[in-house]
Every structure is written in structure tokens, then in C-alpha cells.
Design a protein around this ligand. Structure first.
Ligand SMILES: C[S@@+](CC[C@H](N)C(=O)[O-])C[C@H]1O[C@@H](n2cnc3c(N)ncnc32)[C@H](O)[C@@H]1O
Length: 219
């Protein structure tokens, strides 16, 4: 098991499920960017890791110049690597990489409502379904009507008699997120979903905790 989240990212070099997951996330991001109306596209990444999903997508996307993004990540070594990648891609004026706590609402001031919210590697680190429902309610602070959210969930058994993937899809439906796509990796053990928010967003509160992340480097 990786000893920390920096080491966890090494799994992208060796694990087919991680490589396929990344590929699917980038495809979802690319399609979501395609679907955004003309003008600025605001993107936030919650618990962003080193940002390779968004940065890899922007490297060859026709809308990349329209993107203004904020990535929020707690691990300073991942942020440092992400910032270096942003600089070498010449995206420093458009992408901020914040070394901070993605669970706190104030860290989203100025970039929300977002057109695209990336919540990859988060749903598997919530205590239970009630916490997932609470996070989805709080996504109304980051989203507006029509915002995309892109999420991942690893298969780890069943909840409420259905697989964890199916449970997340059900809870999303009930929380006013409409499914745009859902794909499994070829390894069949990671799901990648894109959903659209159907309700109106709400004003971002100050210093509110949006969710609690169980900080174990497993996924
Ligand atoms: C499963 S990894 C996912 C990383 C990235 N989204 C990806 O899919 O490659 C979870 C990440 O959340 C970060 N993290 C954990 N708690 C956090 C918090 N409160 N605020 C910001 N990042 C956090 C970890 O450091 C880790 O990089």
C-alpha cells in the first residue's frame, strides 16, 4: 500500500486500472469542455492530486485558452509537481494550484460557480452514504444549472444491496444530477461518471466545511 498520497500517484506508472481511469477522466473532461458555451470556462478540481487529469486534457484541447481553473490539493509535493507542469505548459496565467484544504468553502471564492467540477478520487473517501449526500448538496455552492461534475469510484463491494458504482449513480440522480455518461475501466473495477447539475446553484458560504475526507492513501 502507498505510504502517502505522493506515492499513491506512482500507481499511475504501473497499474492498468489507474491508467485506464485517467484516460476515461480525460475523455470526460474533453467532452465536457466541448459542450461548454463560448467564453470563459471555469473549472475547479477538488483534491486535485498533481492535476494530471486536467493538464493532460488541456495539452491538446481546442478550448484550452478559454479555461480558467483552480486546483486545490493538500499535499505540498503534489502541488509543486502540478505547478511545474502548469509553468512548462505555459498555462500559469489561467491555472492556479492552491496548496490548501479542498473541504473548506472559502478556498473556492472567485472561481465558482464552475462550469466543470472535478471530484475524482473523493467519493471513496467519505464515511458513508449520508456524507456523500451531504457533499452532493454542498456541490450546489460550486455549481450552477448545467455544470458538469466528473467523478470516479473504485469498486469495493456493495452498499444497500447494489454495487458502490450503482449506489453513487442512484444518489446522484436523487440529488438532481443527470447522468451524461458512466464508464468502467477495462479492468472493471473503477467507474468514471459525468453528470450535469439540474438545479440552480446557491451562494458560496464563508468557511463552511463541505465534506470530510478520510485521509488514507488507498483507492
Ligand atoms: C485519491 S487521490 C485523488 C487525486 C486526484 N484527484 C486523482 O484522481 O488523481 C486523493 C487526493 O486528495 C488529497 N486530499 C486529501 N484530503 C484533502 C483535503 N482536505 N484538501 C485537499 N486535498 C486533499 C490527497 O492528498 C490526494 O492527493
Amino acid at each position: 500500500m502507498p505510504k502517502d498520497w505522493f506515492e499513491w500517484h506512482d500507481l499511475y506508472n504501473t497499474e492498468p486500472r489507474m491508467q485506464q481511469r485517467l484516460q476515461l477522466v480525460r475523455e470526460s473532461l474533453s467532452k465536457s469542455l466541448d459542450a461548454c458555451p463560448a467564453g470563459i470556462i471555469r473549472v475547479v478540481s477538488v483534491c486535485a492530486g498533481d492535476g494530471r487529469d486536467l493538464l493532460g486534457t488541456l495539452s491538446n484541447h481546442p478550448r484550452s485558452k478559454d479555461v480558467y481553473a483552480r486546483l486545490i490539493e493538500l499535499n505540498p509535493k503534489l502541488v509543486e509537481r502540478g505547478r511545474a507542469a502548469i509553468e512548462s505548459a505555459g498555462l500559469g496565467k489561467q491555472i492556479e494550484f492552491i496548496n490548501g484544504d479542498a473541504t473548506i468553502s472559502s478556498n473556492y471564492i472567485g472561481v465558482v460557480p464552475a462550469d466543470i467540477v472535478i471530484v475524482c478520487g473523493v467519493f471513496g473517501h467519505l464515511a458513508d452514504e449520508a456524507e456523500l449526500r451531504s457533499l452532493l448538496r454542498n456541490l450546489s455552492f460550486l455549481c450552477k444549472k448545467g455544470s458538469f461534475i466528473i467523478w470516479t469510484r473504485r469498486y469495493r463491494g456493495r452498499a444497500n444491496g447494489i454495487s458502490y458504482f450503482e449506489n453513487v449513480r442512484k444518489v446522484l440522480r436523487e440529488a438532481a444530477f443527470e447522468e451524461v455518461s458512466f464508464k468502467l475501466t477495462l479492468t472493471k473495477d473503477v467507474g468514471v461518471g459525468t453528470h450535469r447539475y439540474l438545479s440552480e446553484g446557491s451562494a458560496l458560504p464563508k468557511d463552511q466545511q463541505l465534506f470530510v475526507f478520510f485521509d488514507l492513501p488507498t483507492e
